[in-house]
Write a protein that binds this ligand. Structure first.
Ligand code: GDP
Ligand code: IMO
Ligand code: MG
Length: 423
């Protein structure tokens, strides 16, 4: 069988967790391929809300396997807390969750380095979640990292010590005041590593390619979003991994010709958390209204998310870079009650009108050009069929499908599993 990908097309938090949970019944394996505990994927069903960080969003389905691929970075401390959170729901994760030996380990000193780097940047900070993501990927590409498979070796603690010592010297280099007690952090870390080692570690590329041969269906679950991609995002205000489709190949060890559907997921408007340019951002009561109705607070840090109109220039770019074959539009319900809606279709860029995402989208270079469309008043949250959707929403969808040249197959009308309309 082939592998399908599910990717966020904006700046993250599009609703990936919810949709992966909805789709899992059709897949034998759900696999995360990049990112780490900077992700917060929310699932809601039976009146309970779960936020997953490193664990794939298929974990609540007993029949599916969940793989943490080689491209992921794992913080044992966060990961073990996440596992403990599953205990009360009777999830047999020792059976259904397995971890790639080639995934990299986030050390306590990676988190400290993240904090030191951000503090040293002052106003120019990235707005990182401070989970140690950047420093861990730097050690990976610098060929200094510790991998999950190393934890099985007799001498891994020596390797740990020498890397942690090096990190402490680097923290001093930043010349910012970072308070920490490494002994305390290490105590917690080593205990978590012990618990983590009770899970099964595998050569995940072997496992997945065998599964493909055997006809198992696989869904790769992206984290973050295309505009946070290390190559194609709004650099340097990005994360440190490839969040786009190619990242699924390198992050799982699957060949491009094994990928079939690419599900691109986007909010009916746009949000961003952390620093960096955001052309359609709203600073008025309309933005505040979206934030309030959409409950736009980060699932990981609780920070308010910046809100704005849908940006089709950026969305088209993401559809192209990822080769999206099907779209999913989330949070349509949040836009109920706006008289008119704006959709950014082009940018004014250095005096010219352009339709593509330029190198630099800082506010001094880019002004969005909007098309205004009619809004809808109806409450969507109880709707279950496409035939119930109001005309103005169908017109909004038609407009987007024409512009993006990809069908919108799912319209999500609330956070719960059941609030999902298939078209
Ligand atoms: P992810 O990181 O892409 O998994 O998304 P997050 O979980 O960080 O953020 C999405 C938020 O929107 C969560 O609080 C979800 O429960 C919520 N959500 C998802 N889909 C919908 C929807 O269609 N309508 C509304 N109102 N909320 C939704
Ligand atoms: P999910 O998977 C939204 C943002 C941070 C910051 C930048 C770099 O839930 O969609 P990092 O911690 O990676 O060094 O932060 O990226 N960011 C996210 N924003 N959703 C996420 O994940 C994010 N993961 C990182 O806010 O601006
Ligand atoms: Mg999130």
């Amino acid at each position: 069988m082939a592998v399908d990908l599910l990717l966020g097309l904006q700046w993250g938090d599009e609703g990936k967790g919810k949709i992966v949970d909805v789709l899992t019944k059709d897949y034998g394996i759900i696999a995360r391929f990049q990112g780490g505990p900077n992700a917060g994927h929310t699932l809601e069903f039976d009146g309970i809300k779960h936020v997953l960080r490193t664990i794939p969003s298929g974990i609540f389905h007993k029949e599916s396997m969940n793989i943490i691929g080689n491209g992921v970075v794992i913080d044992p401390v966060v990961f073990v807390k996440e596992l403990e959170g599953l205990d009360k729901f009777g999830i047999d994760y020792k059976k259904t969750l397995i971890v790639s030996r080639k995934a990299h380990v986030i050390l306590p000193t990676h988190r400290l380095l993240d904090a030191a780097s951000e503090a040293s940047k002052g106003k120019a900070k990235i707005g990182s979640t401070l989970k140690g993501i950047g420093p861990t990927y730097m050690d990976k590409t610098g060929r200094n990292g510790i991998r999950i498979g190393d934890l099985e070796l007799a001498n891994w603690e020596e390797k740990y010590r020498s890397l942690a010592d090096k990190h402490e010297a680097m923290i001093k280099f930043y010349d910012v005041a970072i308070e920490y007690d490494l002994n305390e952090l290490e105590k917690e870390f080593f205990e978590a590593v012990k618990a983590l080692k009770e899970l099964t570690f595998i050569d995940s590329e072997e496992y997945l390619n065998t599964a493909i041969k055997n006809g198992t269906t696989i869904l790769a679950e992206g984290a973050q979003g295309s505009l946070l991609d290390i190559d194609f995002g709004t650099y340097p205000f990005v994360t440190s991994s490839n969040t786009t489709a190619a990242g699924a190949c390198t992050g799982l060890g699957i060949a491009p010709n094994k990928v079939k559907e690419v599900y691109g997921i986007f909010k009916a408007y746009t949000t961003r958390v952390g620093s960096g340019p955001f052309p359609t951002e709203l600073f008025d009561e309309t933005g505040a209204k979206m934030a309030k109705i959409g409950n736009e607070f980060g699932a990981v840090t609780g920070r308010p998310r910046r809100c704005g109109w849908l940006d089709l220039v950026a969305l088209k770019y993401a559809v192209q870079v990822n080769g999206v074959t099907q779209l999913m539009m989330m949070k349509g319900d949040v836009l109920s009650g706006f008289d008119t809606l704006k959709i950014c279709t082009q940018y004014k860029y250095k005096g010219e009108t352009i339709s593509h995402l330029p190198y630099n989208i800082e506010p001094e270079n880019v002004t969005p050009i909007y098309t205004e469309v009619k809004g809808w008043k109806e409450d969507l949250t109880g709707m279950t069929e496409a035939s119930q959707l109001p005309k103005a929403l169908n017109d909004y969808i038609d407009f987007l499908e024409k512009e993006l040249e990809v069908p919108i197959k799912i319209v999500s009308v609330g956070p719960d599993r059941t609030q999902t309309i298939h078209r």
